[in-house]
Design a protein around this ligand. Structure first.
Ligand code: GLU
Length: 289
């Protein structure tokens, strides 16, 4: 069914710092996928975790994308504004018996972190509701990723029923990202493979909400010379400091493409990329920066 829907892709950064090279690669791949599929490319700032937010980061991220020539086809969306949608989705899951109140704290979990279902049949005496969990399906989740291939996941063993509303009252990423992607009609999710683990949980949520599952495309990790993943917390250089054309050429290389050395300007690089973009070339191996 989803293949008949017009292509809609997105880039969904959390405003926890300036865009680093890993997020640039995700932006570039999602943008090119949307363009070559003659679809729309949307940007959503995932600002639902105020303690992790860096003031001014969202605006800088959007500016950096524009400096690279990536301008979304609709006004930038802010996830914090869809709180009522998130709450409604939780209410519906609860009404369908697919979500429940949980009174456990982190200390109650086994070392594996896999939730054993303690509050599935009700909160034990002496405890009170803290978070809300999604009841994971018993049937395995079959994931098909364009880059990483097919895989089978047993959520009961992998993570157990997972939190969709946190004990601090904030909506969990897993729930918010799915609700917002459904609302935006996203047909393909393109992002870093650090989120590959989350996709089976998200696919189970799509099914529970009876929404068409998007296609998944996870990109190779970008690592530094020591093999550590780039993130805003490990000294990853913000791309906004670099010359955009050189950074774009490097992002294309990280994505398995070889723009000719003679192409120096942003415009000629984009032109080349739009003609030569081929997701089959994206490697699984981490790219060392
Ligand atoms: N907001 C998430 C992040 O910046 C990405 C969400 C997604 O692409 O699904 O890590």
């Amino acid at each position: 069914m989803q293949n008949k829907r017009a292509y809609r892709g997105r880039f969904a950064p959390s405003p926890t710092g300036p865009l680093h090279f890993g997020s640039l690669a995700a932006a570039v791949a999602s943008y090119l996928q949307a363009r070559v599929n003659r679809g729309r490319w949307l940007v959503r700032i995932e600002d639902i975790d105020p303690p992790r937010e860096v003031p001014g980061a969202a605006g800088r991220q959007v500016e950096t994308l524009a400096e690279f020539g990536m301008v979304p086809d609709a006004p930038v969306a802010y996830q914090s504004r869809s709180r009522s949608l998130h709450e409604r989705a939780i209410d519906r899951l609860r009404a369908a018996g697919l979500a429940y109140d949980c009174g456990c704290s982190r200390r109650d979990l086994p070392p594996s972190g896999v939730y054993p279902g303690t509050c599935r049949a009700g909160i034990p005496a002496g405890k009170s509701a803290r978070s809300i969990r999604f009841r994971v399906p018993e049937t395995p989740v079959e994931l098909a990723d364009r880059v990483f291939g097919a895989s089978l996941h047993r959520l009961e063993a992998d993570c157990g029923d997972f939190v969709i509303r946190r004990a601090d009252g904030l909506i969990a990423y897993q729930l918010a990202v799915v609700v917002d992607d459904i609302e935006a009609g996203i047909t393909e999710v393109v992002r870093g493979s650090d989120l590959l683990d989350s996709s089976p949980r998200q696919q189970a949520l799509y099914k529970a909400m009876q929404a068409p599952v998007p296609r998944w495309m996870h990109l190779p990790l970008i690592v530094d010379r020591t093999g550590a993943k780039l993130s805003k917390s490990t000294h990853a250089d913000p791309v906004e400091k670099n010359a955009p054309a050189a950074a774009l050429a490097l992002a294309l290389r990280a994505l398995g493409h070889r723009p000719p050395a003679g192409l120096r300007g942003l415009e000629s690089l984009w032109k080349w990329a739009l003609v030569n973009w081929d997701p089959a070339r994206i490697p699984r191996d981490p790219f060392e920066l």
